[in-house]
Design a protein around this ligand. Structure first.
Ligand SMILES: Nc1nc2c(ncn2[C@@H]2O[C@H](COP(=O)(O)OP(=O)(O)OP(=O)(O)O)[C@@H](O)[C@H]2O)c(=O)[nH]1
Length: 481
């Protein structure tokens, strides 16, 4: 006989079991129970949703961990759950399950020991939550953070490199002798170098960044020889928006000569301008040297008057000018008489002193438009624009008088020289430089031949001058020893 009370109790417990199974099978997360040898005893159907494996496939597996847990996490997982079985302390960790399609599915797992069906036996219970979406978000976040970090590192790298580059450029620009200043579109200082401070008289620790052009100009004005002209030039360059301005030369009140040039600085994008760069060069020394070279090329080093080279240039220039204007040019060829004996008697230095003294004296006789040249050892020449024969004769007379009147004293003895002069006129005695020089030479040799210390008008060529008699001892304005 079946006792009714026990039957009723069994019915009740079956019903409870069915209810429990229904609840267990309906849970959203994965639930599973293992025995202490890690054999799967039961697993909720939700395993199929997460991995694609059915509970039956799982229950049939020889090694459930090998089948379900991703190989990257398998050893770690096996070690931890063995420990749960051993010490009964629950473990929480995240792991990847293997999906049927070969992909991994992240779950957060909770492992704990539970009492087994048999008395005293220990079983293992797994509760796992699908955290794939969270993990994907985390991965994406991680990727973004990594990307940001990489970008930041790259930015820092380039910043460092551009700072290095700037330092290198600044060192270079501070070494060069050209003064450089960058002005922005608002005409404020963006950059300047050391030479700029030196040229414009600023202390080397001056701070000009951001300073307005008008402030710079008010500081510069007293330093310049003609500040108004200089600022007018700057305004002209700016107003006409010259992409690159021509070199402009200006002077400082202390005598320095400086040139400036400027150029528009274009920005990276088309049509965009950053401002304008000005470059200053102190050319004082260069100008001094070139003046010296010019002087060396066209002046006689002993007397410092123009030499033969400049004589030829001036003669050509005056002839061209006279031909254009229909005027005359006078040429005096001057050769000293008795100069060699001074050298012979008193030495070369004494001869030099005579030449220098003579040039000084003649310098007092010539007028502003008359040019005096040393064309050879003791040969000189004079060029006179708009010349007339009578005026040339008067000039030759004055020269003969002043040269002949010079007295030099060497070794306690007095000495002196005279001059033989030939006069030729363009166009009467020659139409070009060569024939004019020849005419003056011929006339000069005639003066020598006729007794020296006198002048002779050229008889060369036709026209009026050919009819004027050469100076001679019987003419009132000629001179004789
Ligand atoms: N001291 C000096 N002598 C010079 C220089 N250049 C040329 N001489 C000399 O000047 C002399 C010129 O010669 P000449 O024209 O025959 O001298 P001169 O005695 O005036 O002769 P005449 O023209 O016939 O009267 C030569 O002895 C040259 O050596 C110079 O720079 N310094």
């Amino acid at each position: 006989m079946i006792p009714w009370s026990r039957l009723a109790a069994k019915k009740q417990s079956d019903a409870q079991l069915a209810l429990l199974r229904q609840v267990a099978e309906g849970v959203h997360g994965i639930e599973a129970v293992f025995d202490r040898e890690l054999r799967l005893l039961w697993i909720s159907p939700s395993i199929e949703r997460v991995t694609g494996m059915t509970p039956q496939e799982c229950l049939a597996a020889d090694d459930i961990l090998a089948m379900l847990v991703h190989e990257s996490d398998r050893a770690h997982c096996r070690r931890l759950i063995t420990q749960v079985v051993a010490d009964g302390v629950a473990q929480d960790f995240e792991l990847r399950l293997r999906r049927r399609d070969g992909e991994a599915a992240w779950v957060a797992s909770h492992w704990r020991a539970v009492a087994g069906a048999e008395h005293g036996a220990v079983a293992l219970r797994l509760s796992a939550e699908d955290i794939q979406t969270r993990k994907e978000t985390e991965y994406k976040l991680l990727e973004t953070v990594t990307e940001l970090r990489r970008a930041q590192a790259l930015r820092e790298h380039y910043l460092l490199r551009s700072n290095d580059e700037r330092q290198r450029l600044a060192a270079l620009l501070n070494l060069i002798r050209l003064g450089i200043i960058f002005m922005d579109q608002d005409r404020r200082v963006l950059y300047y170098n050391r030479a700029m401070l030196e040229i414009w008289g600023y202390p080397l620790d001056a701070h000009l960044i951001g300073m307005r052009e008008s402030v710079l100009q008010s500081r510069a004005a007293p330093l310049l020889e003609d500040a108004q002209a200089y600022f007018a030039h700057v305004a002209e360059v700016l107003n006409t928006r010259q992409p690159i301005s021509d070199a402009y030369e200006f002077r400082f009140a202390d005598g320095r000569i400086v040139t400036d040039r400027s150029a528009v600085v274009a920005g990276a994008s088309e049509g965009h301008r950053i401002g304008r760069v000005w470059i200053y060069e102190d050319v004082t020394e260069a100008r001094r040297i070139s003046a010296q070279l010019i002087s060396m090329a066209e002046r006689d080093p002993l007397t410092n008057i123009f030499n033969r080279r400049r004589f030829h240039e001036e003669l050509e220039r005056m002839l061209a000018d006279a031909a254009r204007r229909g005027t005359a040019v006078g040429l005096l060829g001057i050769d000293l008489d008795g100069f060699k004996p001074i050298n012979d008697a008193f030495g070369h230095q004494a001869g030099d002193q005579v030449l220098v003294g003579l040039v000084e004296r003649v310098g007092g006789v010539v007028r502003r438009n008359e040019m005096f040249f040393r064309v050879g050892g003791d040969e000189f020449a004079m060029l006179v624009p708009d010349a007339r024969a009578s005026a040339m004769s008067e000039l030759a007379n004055r020269l003969c008088d002043s040269i002949g009147g010079l007295v030099f004293e060497f070794d306690g003895r007095q000495t002196g020289v005279t001059a033989s002069i030939g006069i030729a006129l363009f166009p009467d005695n020659g139409f070009d430089a060569e024939s004019l020089i020849l005419a003056a030479d011929e006339a000069m040799y005639r003066s020598k031949a006729e007794g020296r210390n006198r002048w002779t008008l050229s008889a060369r060529g036709g026209g009026e001058s050919a009819r004027i008699p050469a100076s001679s001892s019987d003419e009132p304005d000629s001179k004789e020893d």
